[in-house]
Ligand binder design. Structure first.
Ligand SMILES: *[C@@H]1O[C@H](CO)[C@@H](O)[C@H](O)[C@H]1NC(C)=O
Ligand SMILES: *[C@@H]1O[C@H](CO)[C@@H](O)[C@H](O)[C@H]1NC(C)=O
Ligand SMILES: *[C@@H]1O[C@H](CO)[C@@H](O)[C@H](O)[C@H]1NC(C)=O
Ligand SMILES: *[C@@H]1O[C@H](CO)[C@@H](O)[C@H](O)[C@H]1NC(C)=O
Ligand SMILES: *[C@@H]1O[C@H](CO)[C@@H](O)[C@H](O)[C@H]1NC(C)=O
Ligand SMILES: *[C@@H]1O[C@H](CO)[C@@H](O)[C@H](O)[C@H]1NC(C)=O
Ligand SMILES: *[C@@H]1O[C@H](CO)[C@@H](O)[C@H](O)[C@H]1NC(C)=O
Ligand SMILES: *[C@@H]1O[C@H](CO)[C@@H](O)[C@H](O)[C@H]1NC(C)=O
Ligand SMILES: *[C@@H]1O[C@H](CO)[C@@H](O)[C@H](O)[C@H]1NC(C)=O
Ligand SMILES: *[C@@H]1O[C@H](CO)[C@@H](O)[C@H](O)[C@H]1NC(C)=O
Ligand SMILES: *[C@@H]1O[C@H](CO)[C@@H](O)[C@H](O)[C@H]1NC(C)=O
Ligand SMILES: *[C@@H]1O[C@H](CO)[C@@H](O)[C@H](O)[C@H]1NC(C)=O
Length: 809
């Protein structure tokens, strides 16, 4: 037994476990070969097996990285074997992830910090709007400004790497606990948001880390279940089984934008993909990411997502975070799959040193490219104090260069931006009887447990009953230095005109008329929590919010409801005649109260649009998370993405299902009209398949070539100045393979127009925008025949159409 185990180990080490072996087992380390079972096609149900793609492509420096790459290569040439191992392995230290300094080479190390809306482990830093809010702005300028300002704060705190932004989850399931960290349930809008946010972060000098690659569409069973010893796997993590076309047209799409934006790093995900763990899936990392998309940066693991050494490295993983073993990889005293094992593997010939060198060159190229070798601020010592990721005994502060000023205030004037961004992202869903904007009401009553002060200190780290919500929980949250509540902002704004009656609670005795007379307006603030590591149980507002609205609306015929929510809420009270207005404000960040008051009083005309669909019933949504797997087989957690492209509006539209508020919907205090949709061809004799040009970051550059310039006239036809978002949807011709959604977003732009004004907006349709992924040729193909283009003010409100025939039938 012992000798056969040794033999298997040696074989596995020499020829790293292929993904084919991994499926049906675990895709785990060679030393966990016990779990490697033969491929069982019955379980696979026809698809779901991850092909082996080796070797891991070397970085080439294409796409503008060559100068920095030369510096990185020079750096690598000076490293000892041990230093090389530590360059790819996280260590305990002051940040949530740390690469050790090498003082000998003047290298201060690399500090990696959460997260997608704030530098989380920090004092005197801002909490920006969450991804879902930023996406609801549908505004490239807001997205860029936010990305840039966040980047400035990470840099000023001495963090070279921001673990941001998020496009996985994309929003396959309405219930996923992390949808709010990402942007929209649509790859196009999310792709633009990723690209612009990454440019913002990196223009500010900080490395962006798009995450989580890929298929991380639910939280339930995202990690394996271990036995009591914490080492043996009882059940493997969920496997997201995704067919090739769906992968390309939905989940990979925004990562392609991210790579094209020259993202420094990409974080691989916890769960399995076609049976093989996200951080050792060679098809995903070597094949899709480094091969097809030409990714030049480094693949970093999610925290504790590494389950093997050499097999992960051969599959394309470049950096193990946070480096150690134990739960979430946070115990360096237990050793590491990387670290010393990497040195051993090179020494015993299992791992080619050139692969290790490529890993470090990939890690150091962005560092030089962004000038992080010059005058980069040292890590703020306060981060080390606040960091609970590592036990203080496991690292020595004197080994890290934290010589700068401690507790630096890096917020600048970002509060003003956050206030503006929050207002611009607020979605007005209902507005009857001219309820909004408020016209200096003389009496206001404020209700709801989301109205008042927070009661759990600096963090929105857990769901709690009393206090407003401006962020969700987990690694994607922020640490508030202050949080303007709706109640305080309403009181401040109303002071000169109005009486404000306060009920910032949950369900009180609201079944009586207010004395001495009814308030002119009743503002009800409701909240909905979501956090990493669990999925949402329902799509209602939390804490009996629907009952709160009902009890207020019973006596108040001008009830205005505001939700602070992670995303989708069903909003049954939208039918109530006394509910005159509804605003979805999502998670706006630290200026929450000011942002909503700017909207309520009309200082800012609402222009946010839904980045997802609100259905009538939770059961209307397809693709719920896979939960309640009651069987105990090691491999029983399987999530078949067999809805394919039919998520969110793509599904509702394909089946003509009525919804309450569709994707892209949002009202304004004025009205708009669209006319004269025109498409001008920018190329002649367009071939169905792109020319095979050398791969650049983002893939074949021909996919990004603009083929049509589409223009539409937008006019403000109402009586207020305001902004709106003309949206372009593409309907593919009948020759496209079955399963193509009836309409897909392929352009948008936010425009501000004075009342009575008119302008022309243009959208560039790129080759990828009018192609489908052809599984036979393994490439993007423009289908033959006539496309219809629709310009609308939502995904179900088209105002103008045009036809194009790029490729004749
Ligand atoms: C494959 O899986 C199916 C379903 O779990 C099982 O019935 C069958 O026995 C398995 N086949 C093999 C060869 O293990
Ligand atoms: C997943 O399985 C499908 C069907 O076999 C295959 O087309 C696709 O390439 C696989 N993807 C990955 C990442 O393994
Ligand atoms: C990467 O480059 C090294 C030389 O530095 C070479 O030996 C190796 O074969 C290359 N790997 C690939 C996958 O091209
Ligand atoms: C090497 O990896 C094993 C797990 O496979 C671990 O137990 C051991 O501690 C690691 N060695 C080092 C030096 O980190
Ligand atoms: C080489 O080292 C690696 C990492 O410690 C180990 O997993 C592997 O078993 C070793 N292989 C041989 C042939 O000694
Ligand atoms: C710490 O970093 C600063 C700024 O890069 C540098 O000037 C200083 O020499 C470093 N100190 C040590 C002890 O490495
Ligand atoms: C609406 O509010 C008025 C009080 O202004 C109340 O009389 C009426 O019953 C309410 N309507 C509903 C449907 O609750
Ligand atoms: C709402 O209620 C107020 C006071 O109760 C009343 O004056 C007003 O006419 C009502 N409005 C509507 C539209 O019913
Ligand atoms: C939602 O749908 C389910 C199943 O179709 C049904 O039982 C339930 O009553 C519906 N809920 C609402 C509020 O319509
Ligand atoms: C698991 O058990 C629960 C409770 O008995 C049941 O509701 C659920 O349908 C079961 N799940 C599956 C996949 O059989
Ligand atoms: C949806 O409605 C359209 C237009 O009314 C119709 O052409 C189409 O066949 C319907 N699709 C389904 C799945 O019912
Ligand atoms: C598209 O059309 C607009 C409006 O005519 C024009 O301003 C823009 O330059 C055009 N873009 C391209 C790429 O031709």
């Amino acid at each position: 037994m012992a000798s056969s185990r040794t033999l298997l180990l040696a074989l596995a080490a020499l020829a790293p476990a292929t993904n084919a072996q991994n499926f049906g087992g675990s895709g785990r380390a060679a030393d966990d070969f016990t779990y490697v079972q033969p491929l069982n096609t019955t379980i696979l149900g026809g698809y779901g097996h991850s092909p082996a793609v080796y070797p891991s492509p070397n970085m080439t420096g294409t796409g503008g990285w060559k100068d920095a790459m030369a510096k990185a290569q020079e750096f690598v040439s000076q490293l000892t074997p041990e230093e090389k191992a530590w360059m790819v392995t996280g260590a305990a230290g002051p940040c949530v992830g740390n690469i050790k300094p090498i003082p000998r080479l003047g290298f201060n190390g690399i500090c990696l910090q959460d997260g997608p809306l704030s530098i989380r482990v920090a004092d005197y830093a801002s909490v920006f709007s969450a991804g879902v809010s930023a996406a609801a702005s549908w505004d490239r300028k807001v997205l860029y400004e936010r990305g840039f300002a966040m980047g400035e704060e990470f840099k000023a705190k001495g963090a070279q790497v921001a673990l941001s932004p998020v496009c996985g989850p994309l929003g396959r399931s309405a219930y996923s606990g992390r949808n709010w960290e990402g942007f929209a349930a649509d790859p196009y809008l999310t792709g633009v948001a990723m690209e612009v946010t990454i440019k913002g972060h990196q223009d500010a000098g900080v490395q962006a880390t798009p995450k989580h690659f890929i298929g991380n569409e639910q939280e339930t069973q995202r990690n394996p279940t271990l036995d009591e010893s914490g080492t043996n796997v009882i059940q493997e993590a969920i496997s997201a089984n995704i067919d090739d076309r769906t992968m390309h047209e939905l989940y990979l799409w925004p990562f392609a934008n991210s790579v094209r934006a020259n993202a420094a790093s990409i974080m691989c995900s916890y769960q399995r993909l076609n049976g093989s763990y996200g951080c050792e899936n060679s098809k995903a990392l070597n094949g899709l990411l480094k091969g097809e998309l030409g990714f030049q940066g480094y693949v970093m693991s999610d925290w504790g997502a590494v389950h093997s050494g050499v097999p992960s490295i051969e599959s394309g993983l470049d950096m193990n975070m946070p480096g150690g073993l134990g739960a979430y990889g946070m115990d360096p005293t237990l050793g590491s799959y990387f670290g010393g094992n990497v040195t051993t593997a090179v020494n015993n010939g299992t791992l080619q040193e050139s692969r290790l060198d490529d890993m470090i060159v990939r890690i150091m190229t962005p560092y030089y490219h962004l000038g992080q070798d010059k005058d980069f601020p040292t890590t703020d010592a306060s981060s080390g104090v606040l960091n609970t990721f590592f036990k203080k005994k496991d690292w020595k502060p004197e080994e890290w260069n934290m010589t700068g000023e401690s507790s630096r205030d890096v917020r600048g004037n970002h509060g003003d931006l956050i206030r503006k961004h929050g207002a611009e992202a607020t979605v007005l869903l209902k507005n009857v009887n001219k309820a909004l904007p408020l016209k200096a009401p003389k009496s206001i009553a404020v209700f709801g447990n989301d109205a008042g002060d927070i009661t759990e200190g600096f963090l929105n780290q857990k769901s709690y009953e009393y206090g407003t919500l401006a962020a969700g929980g987990g690694s994607g949250t922020g640490r508030f230095t202050y949080l303007i509540t709706p109640l305080e902002a309403v009181k401040a704004r109303a002071r000169k005109d109005a009486v404000v009656e306060q009920h910032p609670d949950r369900l009180e005795q609201h079944d009586r008329p207010l004395e001495p007379h009814s308030p002119e307006v009743c503002l009800v603030f409701l909240k909905t929590w979501a956090e990493e590591a669990t999925d949402r149980k329902h799509l209602s507002v939390d804490y009996d919010g629907e009952e709160v609205v009902a009890s207020v609306a019973k006596f108040c015929n001008n009830t205005v409801v505001v939700t602070h929510s992670s995303g989708i809420n069903l909003l049954p009270f939208a039918d109530h005649p006394n509910v005159t207005a509804i605003l979805a404000a999502h998670y706006p960040g630290q200026e929450s109260g000011n942002s909503i008051v700017d909207i309520l009083y009309g200082d800012v005309n609402p222009s946010g649009k839904l980045p997802y669909t609100i259905a009538f019933n939770g059961t209307d949504y397809n693709a719920p998370p896979t939960t309640a797997v009651n069987t105990t087989g090691i491999d029983d957690w399987q999530s078949w993405f067999d809805e394919k492209l039919e998520i969110d509006y793509r599904y509702f539209d394909a089946h003509n299902i009525s919804v309450r508020y569709e994707f892209g919907f949002g009202l304004s205090y004025t009205t708009f009209e669209l006319a004269e949709l025109k498409a001008e061809a920018l190329a002649q004799d367009i071939p169905a398949a792109p020319a095979a040009e050398p791969v650049q970051p983002g893939g074949n550059p021909a996919l990004w070539a603009p083929l049509y310039n589409v223009t539409v006239e937008v006019s403000n036809t109402g009586d207020a100045d305001g902004a709106t978002v003309p949206q372009l949807y593409v309907h593919f011709p009948d020759s496209t393979p079955a399963g193509t959604p009836p309409q897909q977003l392929r352009g948008f732009d936010k425009v501000l127009l004075k009342k009575g004004d008119k302008t022309t907006v243009s959208f560039e349709l790129m080759r990828r925008d009018i192609s489908y992924w052809d599984i036979v040729s393994q490439g993007w193909v423009i289908p033959a025949g006539e496309f219809t283009l629709s310009a609308g003010l939502s995904s179900r409100d088209f105002r103008a159409t045009a036809k194009i025939t790029p490729v004749k039938a």
